[in-house]
Design a protein. Structure first.
Length: 541
């Protein structure tokens, strides 16, 4: 599919113009309006100098504007850049510089952080504020005013080689942009989307439009909720999948996940599918269902037929409880920012539910470090790899690209670091990320960054940060630290230190004080020791 997503979505808008594309609270837009508003915003971006390969950063919460602006950026053949809305000034400044962002789109409530960093982003030509009731930042352009003041941009020829940036963390703690070509993103995601709807994958943009119209006319087009943030791959990519099949995207208004709001939206909008991040979402969802059932007012979730999860563990017990409440397909996907379709665990009503056991995708293999393929049933641990349609690499990081995107047997593979064993039947049992990355509520947290922040407290001598199993978060960020001789620091003081440097999800939820941090002969952290100490200390509390 050698096409830019903007071209695909334009074709869909032409054939189903009155079908609803976006819903956010009381604001909804048809595909005709989705296309027109995006075209007007594209013209505004072009007037600011945005063109092919320009980078436009999205510092936004979920809402219609996120996908409208994405459509607009794609129309310009520019590159959208996801920014975690939890980032504070230091993190935001780094990402704007690293991505070479020329325009920053932000929600008004984040204006203070934007004001603090924009002078230090020399390539930044404009900051554009999305109205959320906050005062307009001095010097910022108004999103809705730009749409109103510009005529729709003319449609142009584009290419499947155009890029989408998906920022993810690295083991050094600094975010890195994974460079996806539109063609590769389509080829790695849409065949599954069409397969689930009984359709063959179209070969060109006109074919995409034909299938979208067939699905809409038959009442089978997706009504999809990205329950997770659009600034994360799971929420964004599943939304692109639904749109490219002529679907409707419903975004929640709350800026913190509210399971009751989610289920209300399922009822009122007739939601057919949703994207979540494992137990961090599924457990609150289940509790909300149980609460309403205990009140004798159960939610009507009869329209819901598919829940997609990716990112963290989705346990069998929670899956079983959801299956008891509806005729739902549970699609547990093992993917990463660096590759999609490593493996899946698909659970149908009436079938056995399993945790962490996956069927590998058609382009997936498990390799040893040396590139030898793991034999099924041997119990040998290897690295999950996916080939075929994979990213070009990391933006401005050739060393990390060479480490993650490797050639074995004359083929290029994406190997982001998930370890697994291959069972006799060919399924894989996921063991987890081989690095020290902490996965807390679907967010990746890297110990070195948190350690450096904690150590800015003058009382702290040394620190290791690990993830400890937690029912709510999957893993709770936990700091194991040693204090300077004669010094003291309360948990509240340590939290204040972390708050000054880190986004909230990166801040330690627990602090464990020890006499001395154990390190190896080379000075490297002994995370196995630190985790053991943390688990023991928390168990005794």
């Amino acid at each position: 599919m050698n096409e830019n997503y903007a071209t695909l979505w334009e074709r869909i808008a032409d054939v189903v113009p009155e079908h609803t594309a976006l819903v956010h609270g009381e604001r909804s837009f048809s595909w005709r309006s989705f296309d027109e508003r995006a075209s007007r915003f594209a013209a505004a971006l072009e007037s600011l100098g945005v063109g092919h390969d320009s980078k436009v950063a999205f510092y936004l919460y979920n809402g219609n504007e996120y996908l409208e602006a994405t459509f607009a950026v794609y129309k310009c053949r520019a590159v959208p850049v996801n920014v975690n809305y939890r980032y504070l000034e230091e993190e935001l400044s780094y990402l704007l510089d690293n991505s070479d962002a020329e325009v920053l789109l932000f929600h008004g409530s984040l204006a203070d952080r934007v004001a603090a960093v924009r002078a230090n982003a020399p390539l930044l030509k404009a900051v554009i504020q999305v109205d959320d009731g906050s005062p307009l930042l001095d010097g910022a352009l108004e999103y809705e005013r730009l749409i109103a003041d510009h005529e729709p941009a003319a449609r142009i020829d584009r290419s499947g080689d155009d890029l989408y940036f998906l920022y993810t963390g690295g083991t050094t703690g600094m975010p890195k942009a994974v460079m996806w070509r539109h063609e590769d993103l389509f080829d790695s995601t849409m065949p599954t989307t069409y397969m689930l709807r009984g359709q063959a994958t179209p070969a060109d943009a006109d074919g995409v439009a034909v299938v979208a119209k067939e699905l809409v006319d038959a009442g089978e087009a997706a009504v999809h909720i990205p329950a997770s943030p659009l600034m994360h791959g799971t929420g964004f990519i599943t939304s692109c999948q639904a749109l490219t099949a002529g679907g409707t995207i419903v975004t929640l208004e709350s800026r913190k996940f509210d399971a009751h709001e989610l289920w209300r939206a399922v009822e009122t909008e007739g939601v057919k599918q949703m994207a979540i991040v494992g137990d961090a979402f599924a457990k609150p969802m289940l509790r909300a269902l149980e609460e309403r059932e205990s009140q004798g007012q159960p939610y009507d979730i009869a329209t819901l037929g598919l829940i997609v999860s990716s990112g963290i563990m989705w346990t069998a017990e929670v899956k079983e409880a959801l299956l008891e409440r509806g005729n739902i397909i549970l699609y547990d996907a093992l993917s990463a920012s660096e590759g999609i379709g490593f493996a899946t665990n698909v659970t149908l009503p009436g079938t056995e539910v399993k945790t962490a056991k996956f069927s590998v995708g058609p382009r997936t293999k498990v390799f040893t470090e040396e590139g030898r393929e793991i034999e099924p049933g041997t119990g040998e641990v290897g690295m999950l790899a996916v080939g075929g349609a994979i990213p070009l690499g990391y933006y401005k990081d050739e060393a990390k690209t060479a480490e993650t995107f490797r050639a074995f047997g004359g083929e290029r593979w994406s190997i982001p670091g998930d370890f697994a064993t291959v069972e006799t039947d060919g399924t894989v049992t996921l063991l987890g990320r081989g690095s020290v990355c902490i996965n807390t509520g679907g967010e990746k947290v890297y110990p070195e960054e948190v350690e450096e922040a904690v150590k800015t407290n003058p009382s702290v001598l040394d620190c290791n940060v690990v993830g400890v199993a937690d029912e709510k978060w999957g893993e709770a960020v936990t700091a194991v630290l040693a204090l300077r001789d004669g010094a003291s620091a309360s948990d509240d003081e340590l939290r204040a230190t972390a708050k000054a440097h880190l986004a909230d999800y990166k801040r330690p939820k627990h602090f464990v004080v020890v006499d001395e941090i154990v390190r190896g002969p080379s000075g490297k952290a002994d995370y196995k020791w630190a985790k053991s100490v943390a688990e023991k200390a928390l168990a005794e509390r």
